[in-house]
Design a binder for this molecule. Structure first.
Ligand SMILES: C[S@@+](CC[C@H](N)C(=O)[O-])C[C@H]1O[C@@H](n2cnc3c(N)ncnc32)[C@H](O)[C@@H]1O
Length: 276
């Protein structure tokens, strides 16, 4: 059972307090612009239509995907994230100077009216959510009929040891699970492709995209009620559990992180050698 370590706001705050400061330097060893470009193609965001699209990036973090959307010509950009620290990094980026920034939890009702966006996109965020169908249904609610919801997320690492360690801080749904969640949430025309880094094609992730039915056909389009916040005493009681889970996740990451960076650095060197 994965710990889903970074789903709760308390754990996320602690984790991103540090991670936001080094995220942009570390990210190229984990994911690449090429992976995200493949996802944007699947969501049919192209140079010829980008200027007419309003796009919401859910779990936008430091804005890696959003800056690629800006480079494609999207002007109406909204970044939503639960981490103020990650959003602060994005806010400082010149291509996002005119974007809208929203601090909110993607696992709760989204703070937008129905049919607000032409596309809702995310990369590296969705697989943290404890209830993926609810989150997707909410993303489908805020996208316009005929609009698209795109999710880019990890698949399970192949080596068993890496998978076991990584599951302490990530969930790793299968392709079939991702697809079933899209259909259950009410999406139509669900399509997916594997995406990978140019320097290591075997590290598969998925880009999956579905369309909101026209004519109010989305099965779960009704907004959910906002649940009341947990009482303060419950948060205090949970504090030791939060620290224990975070410590375990960080310990696992301390093993996997350097392994991944070394593998990526070797792959990049090999790629450079074959290219030139
Ligand atoms: C690995 S980063 C990915 C950031 C960015 N999308 C990218 O591709 O570089 C994951 C991001 O998802 C955000 N996130 C995770 N759970 C979230 C939630 N429940 N609501 C909003 N954002 C969330 C985190 O705060 C973090 O910024």
């Amino acid at each position: 059972m994965p710990l889903e370590g970074l789903c709760s706001p308390d754990e996320a705050w602690l984790f991103y307090w540090g991670w936001s400061r080094v995220y942009d330097a570390m990210q190229p060893f984990f994911t690449s612009p090429e992976m995200r470009e493949a996802g944007l193609d699947l969501a049919e965001i192209h140079a010829h239509n980008a200027a007419s699209l309003a796009v919401l990036d859910v779990g936008a973090g430091t804005g890696s995907l959003t800056t690629q959307l800006a480079a494609r010509g999207v002007r109406a950009l909204t970044l939503l994230d639960q981490s103020a620290q990650m959003l602060d990094q994005a806010r400082a980026k010149p291509p996002l100077a005119h974007a809208t920034f929203v601090l909110a939890d993607a696992t709760q009702p989204l703070p937008f009216a129905a049919d607000s966006f032409d596309r809702v996109v995310s990369s590296g965020s969705f697989y943290y959510y404890p209830n993926p169908v609810e989150a997707l249904a909410e993303q489908l609610r805020v996208v316009k009929p005929g609009g698209r919801v795109l999710v880019m997320g990890s698949l399970a690492p192949k080596p068993r040891l890496v998978r076991l360690l990584a599951q302490t801080f990530n969930r790793f749904p299968t392709e079939a699970e991702y697809e079933a969640w899209f259909r259950e949430a009410g999406a139509e025309q669900v399509r997916w492709v594997h995406i990978s880094n140019p320097w290591n094609a075997s590290q598969y992730a998925i880009a999956i995209c579905g369309v909101k039915p026209r004519g109010g056909g989305a099965a779960r389009a009704a907004p959910r009620a906002v649940p009341p916040p947990p009482p303060r005493w419950r948060r205090l009681l949970r504090a030791p559990l939060v620290v224990a889970r975070l410590t375990l996740a960080l310990a696992a990451f301390a093993v996997i992180g350097p392994l991944q960076i070394a593998t990526a650095a070797m792959g990049m060197r090999r790629l450079k050698a074959t290219q030139g």
